[in-house]
Design a protein around this ligand. Structure first.
Ligand SMILES: Cc1ncc(C[n+]2csc(CCOP(=O)(O)OP(=O)(O)O)c2C)c(N)n1
Ligand code: SF4
Ligand SMILES: [Mg+2]
Length: 274
């Protein structure tokens, strides 16, 4: 990625893309869906992405990759938002995975429809305020990782922009496999989440330290918790530290915090038991 882009200061979606492209190298074709990452590349010919880019329709990231992968030996990488992945593009993603298309699909998750002004998405967490959930979302975050894993692809991982070495390693590893690979990256967003831009990396790390986001990989069917999460599984910081640092959770009730924690603990328990 070249210098100069139109992302908000402190944007982790763009930061994660920088590390992803660093790991992928020059022999890569990038597919973007409408969203912040597409908008932030700038306007041709002054775009900041230094590999070929295909800008697709919202639902068509994965289906575009099927065609591209059939015609090239280059790395085929989709970099799509949570809305494009877990909501509108889910059918296209499902077929691409079932087909075991030789590509890497990366979902950067800012937990809302960022580019259109912070509407809720399937991956918006319970209790978070968005423009379409002004009283806090009443549904839990969609478990897109389990949906992806049900396709029995060779490699799936979670990552976070705040832990770039872990993200870099996972992208490299994913690209060493043939077939479909999926990485789900948490990318905190100062604009939608309501925290100061200079706290971006701090919030990203806090998500892991409070257990709001768990780093793991499922490699050839076997789950392993990644180092940054593994070391703290039994000593999480209070979830309230993470929630209080973001204005999207400012109206959350104690009852809703308990419900969030219950859901979180269940997800971690499921992961550890698998
Ligand atoms: C079929 C269709 N519906 C709606 C839109 C408008 N639209 C453009 S970007 C976007 C939100 C994308 O959200 P997400 O995939 O999470 O990416 P983010 O903007 O958060 O980076 C929407 C709704 C569109 N481009 N196409
Ligand atoms: S709204 Fe969020 S994800 Fe979109 S460019 Fe700004 S900081 Fe990045
Ligand atoms: Mg989004």
């Amino acid at each position: 990625m070249l210098r100069g882009n139109s992302a908000c200061p402190g944007c982790q979606a763009n930061l994660a893309l920088r590390h992803v492209l660093r790991a992928c190298g020059a022999d890569t074709i990038l597919i973007l869906t409408p969203g912040c990452s597409a908008a932030c590349q700038g306007i041709y010919p002054d775009t900041c992405i230094n590999v070929p880019v295909l800008n697709t329709a919202f639902a068509a990231g994965a289906s575009t990759a099927i065609g591209v992968a059939a015609s090239t030996d280059s790395n085929v990488v989709v970099y799509a938002g949570d809305g494009a992945t877990a909501d509108i593009g889910l059918a296209s993603l499902s077929f691409a995975l079932e087909y075991n298309t030789d590509f890497l699909y990366i979902c950067y998750d800012n937990e809302a429809y960022g580019n259109t002004g912070a509407q809720r998405s399937g991956t918006t967490p319970y209790g978070a305020r968005t423009t379409t959930t002004p009283g806090g979302k009443r549904q839990h975050k969609k478990d897109i990782d389990s949906i992806v894993c049900a396709h029995q692809i060779p490699y799936m991982a979670t990552a976070a922009a705040a832990y770039p070495d872990d993200l870099y390693r996972k992208v490299k590893k994913a690209l060493s496999y043939k077939g479909s690979k999926f990485i789900h990256v948490l990318t905190p967003c100062p604009t939608l989440w309501g925290f100061p831009q200079e706290k971006s990396a701090y919030i990203g790390k806090l998500a892991i330290k409070t257990g709001a986001w768990v780093l793991y990989e499922k490699d050839s069917g076997k789950i392993s918790i990644s180092l940054w999460s593994k070391n703290i599984l039994d000593k999480y910081l209070p979830l309230e530290d993470y929630l209080k640092a973001q204005s999207r959770f400012s109206g959350i009730s104690d009852k809703d915090i308990l419900e969030l924690k219950r859901n979180m603990n269940e997800s971690v328990k499921r992961l550890v038991q698998e």
